[in-house]
Design a protein around this ligand. Sequence first.
Ligand SMILES: Cc1ncc(COP(=O)(O)O)c(C=O)c1O
Ligand SMILES: NCC(=O)CCC(=O)O
Length: 426
Amino acid sequence: MSSSTELFDRACQHIPGGVNSPVRAFKAVGGTPIFIERSDGARVYDCEGKAYIDYVLSWGPMLMGHNHPAVREAVIKQSEKGLSFGAPTELEIELADRICAIMPGMDMVRMVNSGTEATMSAIRLARGYTGRDTIVKFEGCYHGHSDSLLVKAGSGALTMGVPSSPGVPAALADHTMTLNYNDPEGVRAAFAEHGDSIACVIVEPVAGNMNCIPPAPGFLETLRECCDASGAVLILDEVMTGFRFGLEGAQGYFGVEADLTTLGKVIGGGMPVGAFGGKREIMEQIAPLGPVYQAGTLSGNPIAMAAGLATLDIISADGFYEPLFARTENLCAGLQDAADRAGVAFTTNHRGTMFGGFFTNASQIENYRQVMACDTEAFNRFFHLMLEAGVYLAPASYEAGFMSSAHTDADIDATVDAARGAFAAL
Ligand SMILES: Cc1ncc(COP(=O)(O)O)c(C=O)c1O
Ligand SMILES: NCC(=O)CCC(=O)O
């Protein structure tokens, strides 16, 4: 049996930084990443057999916990018929029909293989549809790693200190306008000056890539109004929030409808899937119906579609979401209480099944500037103390945490107990 340290040393020989995605590398928190051997329910097990209560959940997808039997069975059954055909299947129709029936304002949807592909394609479509070049995003929001969107980005880009990545041509970045999250006045001012050249606004309806920042009342509504008034396309990036706030995503939760929606994570049930969809008039611009090109060898992969359908079956059951919302709230209340008792300056945010903790004296955290002012050193120590106690949090303070239906009240209690010890030892 190899230890994580041994595996990490080996990984670093032929994999840059030892990881296939930077956020996994523990760069911010220090130490070596734990190598996972298997997962089940609310837990992941490392290569030495140690169990962790997992709030990373593969960075969001595992809304029903790990290795859900129904999803596993669907994958096994479908794989017996072949792994990929590069030709249409009935499964794609079923998943598209169901997503369109569920998601507000979605008339048509195209499957892709990742959230990055979904947002990249949605941006191209918005530009093609409007004939405009400028896109508006918000500082600290992450929409995957396509060139136009790696400008003042969140998540790993922020953690590694390169929110605007080298390698993105300045000429392209010039077309990305970055505004402040939760600043409706800033949005109105930008539209007043540049409205005619803005192709789209892309936003995380609850930001989960600069820790967890819910939208302030009126923020999403302002985006909707400004897009309507100027003819820009509103893209709600629900790659993270999709199916985490109820079946209708953040759009149903907050009552604001997008022109285009991007999905990923949960909709693949753990398989590599993304999707973008929206109004028929816009989606009809996509090839082969229209001139905006977009394609994919493995898009609509039958195994991934089967996993997505099995996931939708389960999360569509009456009463699926309420216990998750309650547990998310209870976890945050427990963490707050533990911090208060230990005299640690700390506050939490949560909505739906997403949450975040902040080491700060501020009572409310609602924008990027406040997130950046938090005590990252305290978070890093807290992270390692929790890991030691068997709780796996995202290894960076700029990431949201996630709840699954596999987490029990006992898991929440155990997490809060671990946090009591961690806060006391900080
Ligand atoms: C809001 C959001 N959009 C897009 C992406 C990109 O998705 P992926 O990592 O599947 O490419 C992510 C996460 O990575 C995300 O959180
Ligand atoms: N918040 C981070 C992500 O959602 C993406 C994970 C990754 O880039 O590996």
